[in-house]
Design a protein around this ligand. Sequence first.
Ligand code: VG1
Ligand code: CO
Length: 581
Amino acid sequence: MPRRLPLQRARKRDAEPESPFPRADYQRAIIVIQRDTADIETVATAPFGDQRPGTSGLRKSVRHFKQEHYLENFLQSIFSTVDGLKGGVLVLGGDGRYHNDVAIQTTLRMAGANAVARVLVGRDGILSTPAMSCVIRKFGATGGIILSASHNPGGPEGDFGIKFNPENGGPAPEAMTEAFYQRSKVLTSYRTLNTPDVDLTRLGKTHLGSMEVEVIDPVADYADLMERLFDFDRIRSHIRSGGVRPCFDALHAVTGPYGREIFVKRLGAAEGSVINAVPLPDFGGGHPDPNLVHVKELLARLAQSDGPDFGAASDGDGDRNIILGKRFFVTPSDSLAVLAANARQVPAYSSGLKGVARSMPTSQAVDRVAAAEGFACYETPTGWKFFGNLLDDGCITLCGEESAGTGSDHLREKDGIWAVLFWLNILARRQISVEQIVRDHWRRFGRDYYTRHDYEAIDEERAHDLMTALKAKLERLPGRDLAGRRIERADDFSYLDPVDGSLTEQQGIRIVIEGGGRLVYRLSGTGTKGATLRLYVEDFEADPSRHALDTQERLSDLISAAGEIAELAERSGRAAPSVIT
Ligand code: VG1
Ligand code: CO
């Protein structure tokens, strides 16, 4: 395995155009350089220099994606890189955001021209990310293409994205995304079909050239899988008896139809318990990111005395989740720990867990469960792709990220609705509230206070300089005092994959403080404007009499120390973070 290029350094270089052709001349017309058969066209193109996928696929503004040949170039890089696609089976779908409809047809035509034998495409071009993973695995497909920018806003001024999942159903590993990028830099042409659009509104088979296209129900296979994992009977009777009053907010993103089928039809929740259930191209003007800032309507409902007592929401493509009780927020890091500690309550995990994994910036709450229960706990770089090998190799059963992603070996993607069902199953078994479950968990394992401060859309150069300056200090930090406590360790996180031996470096700065405190700094790999700096702060509290404090207050000394060490305000040019979660 070759050593990977450090992400930050490489991204900076992406800014420079690498095309050997002057784009302005080139963009004047689509030049068809070859017409192979009646329908297949080979179109001349020139590389864009900026098609290196980030944390989760290639993500850019819609405007950027709409540049002539931009989407086609990246698609051709995929078709030319993944051997098995020729003659293979491809699954295709997106989160329904603006441009999904156009891009789906472009992808179908290019799949046909690149000799894909069969495509399974979600009705209306829609598939959630976890449903994609489910379908790839169920039908033994060669891979899948997901059109999504996930939690990023949609609409003509919003973002678009594309990701590829190989046959295990998980995000393409780094070596593969790097190969796409390398290919994108040397492309001179792409192949497409000169054919009309395929009708995606009706289920069933049709043909595009010699390729078979099957329009599938995007919900059915996924819902069936959920029914096999969880105790639907028990959840249904818990809902029927009024033991729990759930409300699921789909934020006008992809999970609306999934939520309605599973919570209303199969579990008997009230009609109105799935809100914002119609997927819209601009997510109704909202931000499909399930955090406290963006689920205002859900919070308002939970605050009503006769309203729901269990709230949940998912993101643009359905892989994230937020879990709420009555006036109570479960941090994603705690959620992962609670699921791990209660896994035996759920049919699919009743024999216990093989191990767990969390991304590096995720709090250490799940580590405590692993230590107490005696199973392994892995720490990986941010991004679901790093869990793939551990899941495939049977090292872990559950995994999660602080960014509202949890999942298990049932798929190879994080899975929003799965997490909600897991919670409902625990509630139905334990017959107590969300808040009681979490408080009980803290009493047993201690509480890891946790917050993330995002500095969005800051100047790229300033962000990189901040990280460089901080890295230069790391060596001198251990042994020093931070907010009255000793710094134990300070490093730039690198990960040696225990399964394939690959090394991924420069994955974020960690400063570990005695007693379970931690500061983490990293640059986002999903943002599309400038740079986004994420500061993650956590601290451990064993004393149960101190488990009900305000998080920002409890962490305030560490937050200010984190600002001082990194000279955050001066170097970022921002007095305060743009989002606190
Ligand atoms: C963010 C999160 C990361 C998550 C990724 C994709 O990445 O921090 O945990 O895996 O988004 O999630 P970054 O590089 O911006 O921090 V999704 O639901 O947007 O595909
Ligand atoms: Co997502």
